[in-house]
Write a protein that binds this ligand. Structure first.
Ligand code: IVH
Length: 667
């Protein structure tokens, strides 16, 4: 087989595995073999650059960042839908179409209305050429490089026919499981969480650097054909079948109905079940099945007459906004939230809701005392949508955002790049509390028995306490605390004592430097080995570490410029905490130094590429096949043949958590 043939074969096989894994969610035995095939393709393409093509699976990642997005006109306008909010409005829709078509009965198709971002994908001869956002419906933005990173989105049609030009439409969405994971990570790193999965998807799609998009677990559902040269379809049902054959992920919860009654049932049943699936659905799209009838019905302004969106209602409620309060985070960010008159929403009682930021409150003109609409976002965190009636008589005064920190009265600083305002006082009691909470948390120093309540009591005792002060606590002080028995005092002191042995990366993470999560802390510690060297490093130097971007680098450098923070580190040193990697300086071996590792399967929080970067950053080598020389196999879900081979060769297998522990020197 010549290289060109092998490349073509590899691409087919790799995309086939991608398809089975990401579209069918039924990986074949070959996910681990996957890496082997992938490496082979990468190597062949490196040796024969003339064989590289845009639809190679290796091109899903690694495109260069862009300056801005090119505008693209849609071949066929992307319409929006009119809404129906109840059964009566669905009936009205049905009567309208039946009347216009002069028939008794019309076959309809129902599909879930995925709450994401609409995109249009253009395929030429069955290969992805470009993809664009909806924009204003006539013209969108070219986000092809970002779309390529989405594994469930086919780069090529699987089966024929391959029309010269086909335009496929669908929705990019953020699966809820991924949304929660990413938000957990963001808040750990002191970054504002995404408001909801839809915003998160839209934001990810509009990243100028596709490498950032690639870190977000986006997914895709195709639901229609804008255009397909030379192909004739008779119904929406047929279109969906063809999309499946081409290899697109199509949401399988669609149904065909002879008339309206079962459509209503479908809508109501999904309204009840909407929480049972891993993506947000904001309604049901009801479409006339036959395409010739769709054409006859046509469109008014930008809305087709042949389709309607039945919108789910239950996730919105009205209540009174009693008060606006502000929570000061560990990084000093001021997070406004609403105290509400308790109200039922989707089966739970809601008492508080987020208000995002100052600008948002002002724009929506939300005032204390207002009756407000609240909504559950991501079906988890409730948020205030806005006042029910801005014109209402006797409303309260507009909310005056505090000019100073509500906890320590330091004048607040508005970050010009962000919507958030900050308290810059490192001694702010609220910040102290949040910082301590972070310092003792599971992923940091892991001091048990020091929950929020105990921390508050401790801070009453010693208002200026920082992390280092925990280490000089005496039994006499603690036994004076309310509810503290001898045993709990003993346990707490033992917990604090034991935490002195926590390895350097955990201590570094525990400092709570903005943007520095567990992974970044492990990378920084691995690179610099000891805190002094990190403290002296310039942002440019820090950025040289694979996996560390400019934001983290700047944040680290800024943190250590602050006298207070340096003092904190010194006090931790005096308290005998681990401020360097065990085993000494850089020339000494770390756990991974000189070792060969293989990474396979799907890991819970990091991509294989990220894990590989970490290995390399810590002096290890990454290869694609397991041999006797492999020190460790890092294996995630669906690790098949590599895992078997590792077991056979008695190579040590680590899951992601164990690997990260090893990296942090804890294993
Ligand atoms: S059909 C003219 N089908 O809903 C037909 N749209 O307001 C319009 N959407 O922008 C599209 N799931 O982003 C259709 N199964 C589905 C859909 C769907 C979500 C979105 C799409 C569109 C919006 C309509």
């Amino acid at each position: 087989m010549n290289p060109a043939e092998r490349v073509a074969q590899l691409r087919r096989e790799i995309e086939d595995h991608n398809y089975r894994y990401h579209v069918l969610a039924a990986p074949s035995v070959s996910d681990p073999e996957f890496d082997l095939l992938y490496r082979e393709l990468v190597e062949l393409e490196e040796r024969h650059p003339d064989l590289i093509s845009a639809d190679s699976p290796t091109r899903r990642v690694g495109a260069e960042p862009q300056e801005r997005f090119r505008k693209v006109a849609h071949r066929v306008p992307m319409l929006s839908l009119s809404n129906a909010f109840d059964e009566t409005e669905l009936q009205a829709f049905y009567r309208r179409i039946a009347t216009q078509l002069e028939v008794e009965e019309v076959r309809l198709v129902t599909e879930l209305k995925i709450d994401g971002v609409a995109v249009s994908l253009t395929y030429e001869d069955g290969r992805l050429r470009h993809g664009a956002t909806r924009g204003n419906g006539l013209e969108g933005e070219d986000v092809t490089a970002n779309l390529r990173t989405i594994r469930s989105l086919p780069l090529r049609f699987r089966e024929g026919p391959h029309p010269a030009i086909a335009e496929i439409r669908g929705e990019i969405y953020f699966p809820l499981s991924g949304f929660e994971r990413v938000n957990r990570q963001r808040s750990e790193e002191g970054e504002a969480p995404f408001a909801n999965p839809r915003n998160a998807a839209a934001g990810a799609l509009r990243q100028l650097d596709p490498a950032v998009t690639a870190t977000r677990p986006l997914a895709f559902f195709a639901y229609s054909l804008g255009y397909a040269e030379g192909l004739e379809f008779t119904s929406q049902g047929e279109v969906l079948e063809q999309l499946v054959r081409w290899g697109f992920p199509v949401n399988l919860n669609h149904e065909s109905h002879a008339g309206l009654p079962s459509v209503v049932e479908y809508c109501q049943s999904w309204e009840e079940q909407r929480d049972s699936i891993d993506y947000e659905v904001d309604g049901v799209v009801v479409k006339v099945d036959r395409l010739d009838l769709q054409d006859r019905l046509g469109a008014v302004s930008r809305e087709p007459r042949w389709a309607i969106a039945y919108k789910f209602a239950s996730q919105v409620a009205e209540t009174r906004l009693l008060e606006i309060r502000i929570n000061v985070g560990r990084t000093g960010a001021l997070n406004p939230y609403a105290i509400l008159e308790p109200v039922e929403l989707g089966g739970v009682t809601i008492r508080t809701a987020t208000l995002h930021n100052q600008e948002d409150i002002r724009k929506k003109d939300i005032r204390p005392g207002d009756r407000v609409v609240i909504k559950r976002a991501g079906d988890v965190i409730p948020q205030v949508v806005g006042p029910v009636d801005k014109e209402e008589e006797g409303r309260g005064e507009p909310y005056a955002y505090p000019g100073q920190c509500p906890e320590c009265e330091t004048p607040i600083v508005q970050d010009p790049d962000e919507a958030l305002a900050y308290c810059r006082n490192g001694n702010c009691p609220a910040r102290r509390f949040e910082s301590l909470k972070h310092f003792v948390s599971r992923s940091a120093l892991d001091i048990r028995g020091l929950g929020p309540k105990t921390l508050r009591k401790l801070l009453k005792l010693e208002p200026a306490a920082g992390p280092a002060d925990l280490y000089s606590l005496k039994a006499e002080q603690l036994s004076g605390l309310e509810g503290f028995k001898e045993k709990s005092v003993e346990n707490l002191l033992a917990g604090i004592e034991g935490s002195r042995q926590q390895p350097f990366p955990r201590v570094l993470f525990g400092l709570g430097i903005r943007h520095v999560g567990e992974t970044a802390a492990a990378l920084l510690a691995g690179e610099f080995q000891e805190v002094e060297r990190l403290m002296q490093a310039s942002p440019e130097r820090i950025m040289e570490i694979p996996g560390i971007g400019p934001e983290i680098a700047r944040s680290v450098a800024e943190y250590f410029e602050v006298e207070e923070n340096r003092g904190q580190v010194e006090r931790l040193r005096a308290a005998r905490l681990q401020l360097k990697m065990a085993g000494g300086d850089r020339t000494a071996t770390t756990a991974l130094e000189g070792k060969t590792l293989v990474v396979t399967g799907t890991l819970p929080t990091h991509s294989r590429r990220e894990i590989s970067e970490m290995i390399k950053a810590n002096g290890g080598k990454v290869t694609s096949s397991v041999s006797k020389r492999t020190a460790y196999l890092v294996a995630g879900a669906n690790a098949g043949s590599k895992l078997r081979r590792a077991r056979k060769l008695k190579v040590e297998v680590l899951n992601e958590e164990e690997f990260l522990k090893l990296l942090r020197g804890e294993l």
